[in-house]
Write a protein that binds this ligand. Structure first.
Ligand SMILES: C[S@@+](CC[C@H](N)C(=O)[O-])C[C@H]1O[C@@H](n2cnc3c(N)ncnc32)[C@H](O)[C@@H]1O
Length: 410
């Protein structure tokens, strides 16, 4: 088995399904000309340098995680899996002092042959532990929470007789979509990378006109929108913790391929400083664009205020108590309305029907000249809005299948 050259690796960048198109565009902007292979729920790139990995890690908005591909082989049954797994040079990846955890992901085609993915996680663990015990005389421990090495095994079906095993190392630990500004307390928040996806679908990176979220909750859509519009690094909160408060928000900081390579570490620190300084400079400027959030729940508004502060954008985003069903115009002329509409977390269905109808009527009356992007998981209720959609974009918020409906109110 060949050694791994961490100076040039193949990677997989995952994202929520339906965001692949945006993720690909983001990667093209960061690494122009680099070949990208599409997959469901992410993209693969070959021959990526650590510097390129860092650029992606710090700059991608729609990504969930970034994995380094370590090893792969084909196997026919469990005993062949073990035999081949125990021959892999795991000692080049981690040492007995490190903690790890395996998770197994099954491709759809492999589900007929592999009934129990947990069994394969245990088998993969055995290959690693037995290999290190044999070569280094000691085994590493499993950590269920925050292991130094979150390892993934992806099993696919190559042909009717053979399966493929792909071993990957998650270098993020906490997902990239977990930006570091969220606080608990709202039961229906939007994933941060999905909110960034909404801002990108609304093309806010090209707009200077006001943005209003009429059901802002904790402010996720506004924070991500402001970051997109002003090109603030999505890693800014993690960078602040890393550079100013001795925090280590990414798993790779503890991983051998990085921690034992001084040149790589100084390369990362240089980029981290560059991203941080650039974003902080923009955040410190006098706001030249309005971002307004409305909600009729004061507890959520308090949470939104704290969240916005943690996201370093309190000078940019204004939060107000209000009823979106009767909200008068909050600006005149062109602008963007964004809203992640309630889907039943606090309201009964007959109230919700009325809510959607009134919401549409108020848009017509008070938000002429805007483009509205409404995210809802309730296609049945959306029909109560008596406006013509100009786009319907499927999106997933966690396990919830949603649509982003665009209305041009001209
Ligand atoms: C799905 S949640 C939005 C969550 C938000 N995107 C986030 O990430 O925190 C819907 C929000 O609509 C708000 N809401 C419900 N009825 C409202 C009304 N009549 N006026 C304003 N906000 C309302 C709720 O308080 C809730 O925060």
């Amino acid at each position: 088995m060949e050694s791994i050259n961490f100076e040039q690796v193949d990677i997989f960048v995952s994202c929520p399904i339906y965001l692949e198109i945006l993720l690909e565009k983001e990667i093209q902007d960061i690494l122009p000309g680099h070949a990208i292979v599409h997959a469901r729920g992410g993209v693969s790139l070959s021959q990526v340098t650590p510097r390129q990995i860092f650029l992606l890690l710090l700059g991608l908005r729609t990504a969930s995680r970034l994995f380094i591909n370590l090893f792969n082989f084909r196997f026919g049954n469990e005993s062949e899996f073990y035999q081949k797994g125990v021959e892999l040079p795991w000692e080049e990846v981690l040492l007995p002092k490190d903690t790890f955890k395996f998770s197994t992901l099954l491709a759809y085609k492999a589900k007929d042959n592999v009934k129990n993915s947990h069994f394969y996680s245990l088998l993969a663990k055995d290959t690693l532990v037995d290999r290190l015990s044999k070569v280094l005389g000691k085994r590493p421990d499993v950590a269920k929470q925050l292991p130094d090495y979150p390892l993934y095994l992806h099993i696919d079906q190559a042909n009717p007789q053979l399966m493929t095993a792909q071993f990957m190392l998650d270098i993020c630990g906490f997902p990239l979509s977990n930006r570091g500004y969220r606080l608990p307390g709202h039961e229906a928040t939007l994933r941060e990378n999905v909110a960034a996806g909404v801002a990108l679908f609304a093309q806010l990176q090209e707009k200077k006109t006001p943005v209003v979220d009429l059901t802002c909750g904790t402010g996720t859509l506004l924070i991500e929108s402001m970051w997109v519009a002003k090109n603030i690094a999505p890693s800014i909160v993690k960078l602040d913790g890393y550079l100013n408060r001795g925090k280590n928000p990414w798993a790779f900081i503890f991983q051998r391929w990085f921690s034992e390579n001084k040149k790589m570490k100084s390369q990362f620190d240089e980029l981290a400083n560059m991203f941080y300084q650039d974003s902080m400079k923009k955040l410190g400027q006098k706001p030249d664009q309005k971002f307004i959030g409305i909600d009729n729940n004061s507890d959520y508004l308090n949470l939104a205020k704290q969240t916005i502060e943690r996201a370093l954008v309190k000078n940019w985003i204004q939060i107000e108590y209000g009823d979106c069903l009767q909200m008068p115009a909050v600006f005149s002329g062109e602008g963007t309305v964004l809203s992640n509409l309630p889907y039943g977390e606090r309201m009964e269905d007959d109230h919700l029907e009325d809510f959607y109808y009134q919401f549409g009527e108020n848009l017509k009356k008070n938000f002429k000249g805007t483009s509205a992007f409404l995210l809802s998981s309730r296609a049945d209720l959306r029909k109560k809005i008596s406006l013509r959609t100009s786009a319907r974009i499927p999106l997933m918020n966690g396990d919830l299948e949603c649509r982003l409906y665009r209305y041009d109110l001209f």
